[in-house]
Design a protein around this ligand. Sequence first.
Ligand code: ADP
Ligand code: MG
Length: 723
Amino acid sequence: MNKWLFTVTNNLPEGKSTNNEIRADIMEHFFLRELAELAIIGPAKAQLLKDELGLQTCEDLLKKFPFRYEDRTKHVRVAELNTNTTGVYLHGYIRNLQKREQGKKRLMALFEDETGRIELIWFQNFSWVVKKLKPNVHYRIWGKPMWTAEGKIQFIHPEVSMVSENHQNRCSLLPLYPTTEKLKRNQLDSKGMALLQKKILLAHQNEFQETLPTYLLTKYRLMDLKEAFLNIHFPDNEQLLKQAQRRLKFEELFYIQLKLFKIKQIRLEKQDSKPFKDLSLFNEFYQHHLPFSLTHGQKEALRDMYRDLRSGKQMNRLLQGDVGSGKTIVAFLAMLIILGSEAQVAIMAPTEVLAKQHYARFVAFARQVNVHVALLTGSTKKKEREHMLYQLKTGILHIIVGTHAILNEKVSFKELGFFVVDEQHRFGVAQRAGLLAKNQSYVPHILIMTATPIPRTLAMTFYGDLEVSTIHDLPEGRKAIQTKHFYENARLHVWQFIREQLALGRQAYIVYPLIEESAVLDYANLFAGYESITRDFPGVPIGVVHGKMDAVSKELEMGRFERMETRILVATTVIEVGINVPNATVMVVESAERFGLAQLHQLRGRVGRGKEQSYCILMTDYRLNQVAKKRIETMVRTTNGFEIAEIDLKLRGPGDLTGLQQSGMLNLKIADLSTDATILEEARVCAKQIIQQDPDFQLPHHLPISQEYARLLTVSGSWSTIG
Ligand code: ADP
Ligand code: MG
């Protein structure tokens, strides 16, 4: 399976210290010590930490960073509290302690300073509070003010300490840790977690092994590792905290980049593939059958690919280009280079609809040059499939178009020379490695195509080991789609506009949001919409498609629209991919505020596929939240998919990286690809230079890198899944 990982492991830096020495070092590294073995934690707590938060080693714990910090440097006066106040300190006296025993038990007290009074309330566990609190002692309390209906200010469960205690002095920014109910019940609330962190840090403070060479620390102005850990957990001030974060983010991203470059370097050195140089078939098609002339971007992409394909080293290339930029024909032309040397090619699409569409186009192209194409999907009948498999095995079949079904181990080739992946974001390094099994004698060349432009930071991390070609231009004569935003009061105007377009012979889509294909209310909206559209456009043939229809009916409807038998297609987002009707010039998105940016962009990409001017109309509710507003504004302002992807990432913010985060493929501990682009660029440049200068980390001053690189290979986690 994990073939890359093996390759990398076998290439552990040799040089000054041997692998064995490094391994011995690694095993002693305190980061790898099990929490359960540490006396300061004990087996019971260790078990809880493992069950609740998945923390097993010192490193796991130390890299459970605070999610927020509270500034406890300043205290305010009662009179200064306002509804915007979050957590604050107050200094004053506690009076009038009252326990209520009947009904719901509670403890109440008055707290006052020279400017006013507030109420303190405890609902549970207050016996210790009663014991601790004394009248006429100067206290400091921490909490968040709440206002009662009568305008009284209350602090619920405030933290209380004597002003003279001052034990928090060293740590002015209080770290807050993620925790769970169960942990809280076992003294591992945020405070308890902080205490653990402190204990571990103190116990091991002399064992931190710097993971970056000194010259890099200087060059990039990075704090050293131990300081960074101390300051990320217990920062003295904002500035030190920032420096600590920067250092740790840099390191995290640096090692990911280093690994990606390493994979790439090994591939370039070792991964021999077959050189494909024969252009006769390519030229025949290019000169006599190409239905249009290629755009500059398409030509460039082809040149990039031919350079790779003829090199004898495996091509691993990402082809980026906005919806409609014409990636398919580029892939087809590249395929002809492979077919020219008698090898076979496969192209995989994410859905059956899309696979069929590719198939239809390829058959039309291929006929001209006598190339044999077949379609293999999950619904291919057994007999047909077996015949196909036989033809693939014997080399009679040249191009196989399909869905994931073609990855099935039963599918084997006479000689698979080229594998194309269309629209597959999650086709990462590991999946690519899986393809190697498809060809015994050499590794097939790989092309990954994507129309959902990925933000640069994601591309650099997820596809960081790939070469990239980008098609920036659209085919000649394509007019930029005009996008407008309207509220319900413009409905008649919008309908009138559609009538005009229909009168010009064009077609229109009207899309309803179906966030979950099962949501009853959404279906009600869709059908109500369909009915009113039928009433409003008498005599116009109207079709409807949605996710609950079976595949056959769905296709029937889409087919009718493609053949102009229907003029308006009322649909859910099932049409997001895989429909190509150049005559459709209007895309109306209903309740557009409910769609994400990427989805809106995809939907808009369904129009503007022909020569005519196309339009995208976003209908929204009158009330829009900030994020929705920004999305709509962005859509109206730009058609640039790359720009849209960047904004999308910012709006989604940390923790929501297009499903990648959830899939565990990019489980970053501290860096955030939506905000840390600058650090990522730096780390990437730095990693690249090191791989170029010293690919096996043999230089003496790269010892920290060789050690950390080796250590990372031994621990599981986000880093190792990259391989
Ligand atoms: P995408 O990049 O979104 O996959 P496609 O490959 O589906 O785009 O191409 C979109 C449409 O543009 C297709 O109908 C295709 O035939 C057409 N097309 C591609 N390249 C050109 C070109 N250079 N000139 C004119 N039309 C083109
Ligand atoms: Mg495409």
